[in-house]
Design a protein around this ligand. Structure first.
Ligand code: IPM
Ligand code: MG
Length: 364
């Protein structure tokens, strides 16, 4: 891996704090033999709006398209909540997903053994879970038109959004999900609301047909989203790979994250055909921003996904994942995953602990 470029977009709130720790890990990787990449930094979200008047500057899009991978922290905060929708920090995130055509969002939910008791669910329910949520990311109700709020003749206001999926949009993300299932346990559950929403009845039809024609080796099942939300709590181990629409994936991946103990632990990869972006699934947590207590592990684990999927450095990816596990085994915890008997530390100390574990691992 030589002369690759990684664009780092810290964003808002805790984004800057957690990304700083992930960058320390990237710098460690950069010293490994055969690896050389350049880190660049750019603006996105509310901080981009403050500096340039838009949550997604053109320059950020241009550089993201050119980069081999993008690492993003988080966007949003109450100070920008009164802005018009088109200028909100979240538009920056949705805009970059759309501009790079990142249609496939991989959100793995795995339980680290030392955190088994950090989940609000019983140990025997979450032990051994290893779920890959494949979320469609660049279409669906997040992007469908018409959308807006209108004033009716009688003065009432009416808000509306549109849930659309075309066959090609369904097929390309389903294909990625079938491929992911093939690398795992050959099981795929497609989640929809086909009993009520036509667009997701089409979803079910297209996924089924693709499965029949091209992936007969994958055991495909279908589930309504309300049932899936319930089954994830009742018996999460029944799931391996899940594929679903943009909004259902947003909701179910937050739910799945709590199986693992904390939303602060879940990384993600957003993949298109030409670009890739890596980010923790959690938000900018304005309530704890600037306090130095945020959990950087989801962002550090997102770096591992980046090394595996975009930078052909699977060995380093595994080293990082092992280092995170070791730090947890040693009892280090940020506030969100704190347990009795463990040692509570802040964001920077957690980053340092991961680096320390990486050095120890390498010397073994
Ligand atoms: C996520 C987030 C975003 C989403 C928000 C911040 C726009 O919740 O990545 O899951 O809804 O996609
Ligand atoms: Mg979300």
């Amino acid at each position: 891996m030589n002369n690759k470029t990684i664009l780092v977009l810290p964003g808002d709130g805790i984004g800057r704090e957690i990304v700083a720790e992930a960058v320390k890990v990237l710098e460690w990787v950069n010293k490994r033999p055969g690896i050389a990449f350049t880190l660049e930094e750019g603006l996105i979200g509310g901080s981009a709006y403050d500096a340039t008047g838009t949550p997604l500057p053109e320059d950020t899009v241009t550089r993201a398209k050119k980069a081999d991978a993008v690492l993003l922290g988080a966007v949003g905060g109450p100070q920008w909540d009164r802005l018009d929708f088109s200028l909100r920090p979240e538009r920056g995130l949705l805009g970059i997903r759309k501009a790079l055509d990142l249609y496939c969002n991989l959100r793995p939910a795995q339980v680290f053994a030392p955190l088994l008791d950090a989940s609000p669910l019983k140990r025997e329910v979450v032990e051994g879970i290893d779920i890959m949520v494949v979320r469609e990311l660049s279409s669906g109700i997040y992007f469908g038109t018409p959308r807006g709020v209108e004033t009716l003749a009688d003065g009432r206001r009416r808000g509306f959004n549109t849930l659309t999926y075309s066959t090609d949009e369904i097929e390309r993300v389903a294909r990625r999900a079938f491929e992911a299932a093939r690398r795992r346990s050959h099981k795929l559950c497609s989640v929809d609301k086909a009993n009520v929403l036509e667009s997701t009845a089409l979803w079910r039809e297209v996924v089924s047909e693709l499965g029949r024609k091209e992936y007969p080796d994958i055991a495909l099942s279908h589930m309504y989203v309300d049932n899936a939300a319930m089954q994830l709590l009742r018996n999460p181990r029944q799931f391996d790979c899940i594929v679903t629409t943009n909004m259902f994936g947003d909701i179910l991946s937050d739910e799945a994250s709590m199986l693992t103990g904390s939303i602060g632990m879940l990384p993600s990869a957003s993949l298109g055909d030409a670009n890739a972006l890596y980010e923790p699934i959690h938000g900018s947590a304005p309530d704890i921003a600037g306090k130095g207590i945020a959990n950087p592990l989801a962002t550090i684990l997102s770096v591992a996904m980046m090394l595996r999927y975009s930078l052909s450095a699977p060995e380093e990816a595994t080293l990082i994942e092992n280092a995170v596990n070791r730090v947890l085994e040693q009892g280090w915890r940020t506030a969100d995953i704190m347990q009795t008997g463990a040692k509570q530390i802040g964001t920077v100390a957690m980053g340092d602990a991961v680096l320390q574990a990486l050095h120890e691992e390498k010397n073994q």
